[in-house]
Design a protein around this ligand. Structure first.
Ligand code: G3I
Length: 327
């Protein structure tokens, strides 16, 4: 059987990995053996446990238990880690979300710095990369204004976050991560503006994460994905595909034809990374349909991952193999 990480590394990539947050399945022999097979997945991302609401549920009370569930699995199995995430407008504890009147520039700067510094310090030396700021842009490329950090601090919050992360963990690659930036357009331009903002401030940013939550048939062409990746690389950062999944409409039910299209779309996306030197690796946002976030948000969509509920492989799995092995 094919082994995605082993093949990807042979082809010059740093890893092929997966996100996971299914503690109920860590005692399930099949799920767990796939998850921890370093030949299949050389890298793990905790899908939730490192988010702010778990890490600092109350002001200045830090709890790393949830995040360590997955980071310990990775360590025990010799897998790389992408750490996710330090600053996001979602999954915030209530104390952060209190009315903006609680916050002024001074006290928010202090608490943001402390959060980022403490969390990144906790995993110092263990994360290949940190998603320092996640999803900071609107669709039109302007800064997301429903982020409390932007509301209080403006674009300054990005600099504060990258500065504190660099201070805490000099060896982690520091990433800006978002969806909708996988092909040229206003939002990809916004992400480039962020890269320049951080660099112009004399701070470190090493990468841009292309989440790549696609829909079958709605995946950008390989040429568009390649040229987009190259346009980031030209700014002096690496890129990675950080949250790949490609969802199907479940009504009407899944057919051989749309599974074949899904295979082409996975092959296209992984193939783009394979062709761009500065694309360091691919992470799927879980590998198992029942663990995917998609149906909870899009009730009529799903089957977005590489394995069906009965642990047989989607045709898309073989599309990924073909992309990696250039067939
Ligand atoms: O932890 C609570 C638990 O205490 C509670 O009992 C339960 C009841 O609903 O909810 C649990 O929290 C859920 C959490 O996942 C952990 O299971 C949240 O409700 C649920 O909203 C959350 O969903 C996550 C989502 O981010 C939140 O925005 C998904 O699992 C996760 O896959 C998804 O991941 C995001 C990336 O971080 C960023 N990019 C998009 C991607 C997909 O949405």
């Amino acid at each position: 059987s094919a082994q995605l990480n082993e093949l990807a590394q042979k082809a010059g990539k740093k890893y092929f990995g997966t996100a996971t947050d299914s503690p109920e399945l860590y005692s399930h022999a099949t799920y767990f053996s796939i998850l921890t097979d370093r030949k299949e997945f050389g890298q793990l991302t905790p899908a939730n446990g490192q988010k702010w609401s778990y890490i600092e549920p109350q002001y200045n009370v830090f709890n790393y238990t949830e995040g360590e569930v997955v980071t310990n699995i990775a360590r025990q199995n010799g897998q790389m880690l992408r750490c996710h995430n330090l600053v996001w407008h979602r999954q915030l504890p209530n104390w952060v979300m209190t009315t903006t009147s609680t916050w002024d520039k001074a006290n928010m700067t202090a608490m943001l710095r402390q959060h980022v510094y403490n969390e990144a310090s906790h995993w110092k030396g263990q994360c290949y990369a940190w998603d320092v700021v996640n999803e900071g842009l609107n669709k039109n490329g302007t800064y997301r204004d429903n982020s409390i950090f932007y509301q209080v601090l403006g674009e300054e919050y990005l600099k504060i976050a990258f500065e504190a992360a660099a201070l805490a963990d000099p060896s982690a690659k520091l990433y800006y991560n978002d969806y909708g930036i996988e092909a040229a357009g206003p939002k990809a331009e916004g992400a480039k503006r962020i890269v320049k903002l951080i660099k112009d401030a004399g701070l470190r940013i090493d990468g841009v994460g292309l989440q790549s939550h696609f829909t079958v048939g709605g995946t950008p062409s390989i040429d568009r994905q390649i040229s987009n990746m190259q346009s980031f690389a030209e700014l002096g950062v690496e890129v990675a595909i950080t949250e790949l999944d490609i969802r199907l409409n479940l009504l009407p039910p899944v057919t051989a034809a749309n599974l074949a299209q899904q295979k082409r779309d996975y092959k296209t996306t992984v193939g783009a990374c394979m062709q761009v030197e500065k694309c360091v690796g691919v992470t799927v946002w879980d590998f198992y349909d029942p663990s995917s976030w998609v149906p909870s948000v899009f009730p009529e969509q799903g089957a977005a991952t590489l394995y069906f509920a009965n642990f047989t492989k989607h045709p898309a799995y073989h599309g990924v193999v073909e992309a990696i092995t250039n067939k």
